[in-house]
Structures are given as C-alpha cells and as structure tokens.
Design a protein around this ligand. Structure first.
Ligand code: GKR
Ligand code: MG
Length: 445
C-alpha cells in the first residue's frame, strides 16, 4: 500500500472563503495485490488524512481481498470510532488541524475509509472482472451519469503575483483562467462549458456577490440555456430573510437552491433551510447540513432537504450508494458534492452514481477546471453531452499513470504549504480580507 500526496493547478475561483490558490492537494492510495493488479483511490489532501492513511498501512497489507469489508472495519476501528465523530472527540493534533478550516467541513475521517475502500473495490472488481458499480448496492443501474457545469466567479489573477495559468483564447480552456464577475461573464463561461462538455445542468458557486446578483447570474445562465437546470450555492452565507427575498418567485430560474442559508438566531441550519423551503417552494440541496446519518435523520424529519449531496469522499462509496437507495425509497433525490479533484475521483463519483437507483440529479464535479491541464490516469473518463459513460472495464476502469502521479507528487512537495489557502489569495483582491461565514466574500458593504 502506497499513500501518495499530490498537487494540481487551479484557477482563481471565488467562493465564500475567498479565492482558490493556484494549487490544490489530494491524497492517493495505491494497493498492489499478489497477482500484480493495482487498485487506486483518491480523497482530499491534507496532513491529517495523509497521516491517518499512513497509519492504516499495516492494517491493509497482507489481508485477503475477499475479506475487504473486514479490512475496512479494522481501519474504522483504528480510528477509535472517531470516523465521523464531532471535532471535539478528535484527539490527534494533525487530524484536528485539517478539521479546523471553516470551509472544509466535509473533511473527516471517513475520507480515510473512502480512500482504502475505493482502492480495495478497484482491486476486487479487477479480480472478479466486473466494474465497481456492480459491487455497490444492487449493482449497476444506468449506463451513463449526468454531470453538471460547476461554474464559479473567477478573480483577476493578473492582480496577484501567484503562479496561476494565464488564460488565452475564448474557449473553455481560455475563459476558465480569466476574470468573470458579471452575470454576462458567467453566462459566457456556461456557454464555453457547454461547447466543450455538452452540459444541460449548471451550478453557480455563490457567497461572493449579493444574493440578488447571484440569482441574476443564475438567470443569465438560464436565458442562455432555457432547457437547462440551474442552481446556486452560497454555502449558507445568506440569512433566511435574504434567501427568501432573493429566491421567492424564482422557480422558473432555479431548479433547486443549494445551502441557501444556514444556522441563525439559535436555529439549526436544517431548521432554517426547512423554513426557506416552505417559504419559497424551491427544492433544496445540501452538502452542509445532512452530511452524515444522524444529520440526515434530523433533516428528513424537518423536511429540510430534497437533494442530499452524498459525496463518496465523506460518505464512503458504500455509504453514498446506501443513501441513494434510501433517497429512492423515501422520495428524495440523490446527488453528489465535489471539491477540487483529479480523474480517479471522477471515476469514484461515476461508479457511485451508476449504482444509484431511480432519478438522480446531475452530480457536481470540479474536473472541468482540471481537465486538459492535469491527469493521473492514462485515459481519464470523458464528459460528453454532459455525461460520463459508465465503463465496462473491471474495477474503477482507470489505469494509474505513474509518470503523471510522480509529477503531481513532485508538485505537491513544492507547493503543499500554500495550497488551497483561500484567504491568502483573496487578500490580493481585497487587502486585509478575512473570512466571515455570513458575508459575501467580494460584494461587501
Ligand atoms: O471549491 O470553492 C469550492 C467549493 O465551495 C467547495 O469548497 C465546496 O465544498 O463545492 C463545495 C460545495 O458545494 O459547497
Ligand atoms: Mg455545496
């Protein structure tokens, strides 16, 4: 078992927490079995997850593939039952440090399980000669998986001395590195993403401008793509009053609203989102308030969330599909959250979505911001007509490209310290800028 931290390049994407720095990190797990097959998994970066994965090595090496669940149970037990535990129960200092970042609420010890689980499933699928989706839930449910165009406001990287790529040309590869702050610029990004990937679903990352401006940008996307589904996600930045004012009567623009508001005045995020849903009649999605089984139960009882975004990186692959089955039986819609990721994660999302029964929502992916400038597999899954075809190849269906992985690891060694420090990059645009979970990052005052 090898644990390899890697880094990739990013655009200056704005969000509630500031601006993405030029680099992001991920952790890879590679498992080699005694037939020589290699299984791979990818999860968020960071020291805490890296160290926890390194500690898991002795629990994985030498185990039998057929008893993969037992191996995962051993890793889970070694986390001392702390996988998914509230922060105050996490005792290891390195792990605490990753959990402290305010915008990274989905970093947790399930990431450790998910990395090992993905690599074991990849190996087991290769051993049996079947794709991973056949090993999840009730097996493969669809032949292709819809993905959404995950759009961001983009900062002017020329105002920094940071090593962002410079965008040239007016296609997606050029526009993704150039400033986009207006509804018109966001609609052009949507057009370019459609030209390259054929999307029918769109998500705008909000928490940057005032709520009405962000809904106006969503409306601009909708005008350009009248048959598309559009959503906006301010990561809970809006108050209930602001969210209702911005979204009420906008059902013709917004297919649903993702984390439009969050906890306030002594009420939980789930309670407030339930009130938003009743007040506006707009469906809601979340990766912030229904992120584990206990939160999911409260969320369901309150009628807060229609679309839980069950990202396998923090639900685990089996957990994500289990939630998809529950959504199908309970009349909810399954989807998945994403964060910066490489192509191994794209394969992981695809297999979970392939095993999700019934109607699902187009799933989030940050891959369009990396596609064409980095890859860790020889032939990354491709987004065509807004979908990724489910591979028939055994396992995850991707082959690690060891030369590319080595290059991404070398980049990690150079840049890991400053990677994904959103406040640092934002201070180039707004000197002295600090994070406030209830204030848009750019349009303040
Ligand atoms: O990449 O800036 C970002 C997103 O804001 C990410 O950090 C979120 O975790 O995509 C995520 C979301 O849907 O909230
Ligand atoms: Mg979200």
């Amino acid at each position: 078992m090898r644990v390899i931290p890697v880094a990739g390049r990013d655009s200056m994407l704005l969000n509630l927490c500031g601006a993405h720095a030029p680099f992001f990190t991920r952790n890879l797990v590679l498992l080699t079995d005694n037939a020589g097959h290699v299984g791979i998994g990818e999860v968020p970066g960071g020291e805490g997850i890296l160290k926890a994965l390194e500690r898991a090595i002795s629990l994985v090496v030498g185990t039998e593939l057929g008893r993969w669940q037992r191996t995962l149970n051993a890793v889970r037990a070694a986390c001392g039952g702390r996988c998914g535990a509230p922060q105050h129960q996490v005792t290891n200092a390195a792990e605490e440090s990753v959990l402290r970042q305010p915008h990274e609420i989905n970093l947790r010890l399930e990431n450790v399980i998910a990395a090992v689980e993905a690599a074991l499933l990849d190996l087991f699928g290769q051993y049996l000669g079947v794709p991973v989706c056949e090993l999840l839930g009730n097996g493969r449910q669809r032949d292709s998986v819809p993905m959404l165009a995950y759009l961001f406001y983009v900062g002017d990287a020329a105002r920094t001395d940071l090593p962002y790529d410079a965008g040239t040309g007016d296609d997606w590869y050029g526009l993704r590195d150039r400033e986009a702050l207006t509804p018109q610029a966001i609609a052009c990004l949507a057009d370019a993403a459609v030209d390259r990937y054929g999307f029918r679903d769109f998500k705008l990352k909000g928490g940057v401008m005032a709520p009405e401006q962000e809904v106006e940008a969503a409306a601009a996307i909708k005008r350009h793509h009248p048959n598309g589904n559009v959503t906006v996600d301010p990561n809970g930045a809006w108050s209930l009053a602001q969210a209702v004012a911005a979204c009420k009567g906008q059902g013709h623009v917004l297919a649903y609203a993702e984390d439009p508001c969050g906890p306030e005045q002594g009420y939980s995020g789930r309670e407030i989102i339930a009130e938003f849903r009743r007040a506006t009649g707009i469906r809601t999605a979340t990766n912030m308030v229904a992120t584990d089984w206990r939160q999911m139960a409260h969320s369901y009882l309150l009628g807060a969330v229609d679309i839980p975004l069950a990202d396998p990186h923090f639900w685990t692959m089996q957990g994500s599909v289990r939630l998809a089955q529950l959504c199908h039986d309970w009349g909810l819609t399954w989807g998945s959250h994403s964060n910066n990721h490489f192509d191994v994660s794209l394969a992981m999302f695809t297999h979970c979505a392939a095993a999700a029964p019934g109607d699902i929502t187009a799933i989030d992916t940050h891959w369009i911001w990396q596609e064409g400038r980095a890859r860790l597999t020889t032939e990354p899954p491709r987004i065509v007509r807004g979908k990724v075809a489910v591979s028939d190849r055994p396992g995850l269906g991707v082959e690690p490209d060891m030369a590319e992985i080595a290059a991404a690891h070398a980049l990690y060694k150079k840049v890991a310290a400053g990677a994904r420090d959103d406040a640092m990059a934002m201070r180039y645009l707004v000197p002295g800028w600090t994070y406030d979970p209830k204030m848009p990052s750019l349009a303040r005052g």
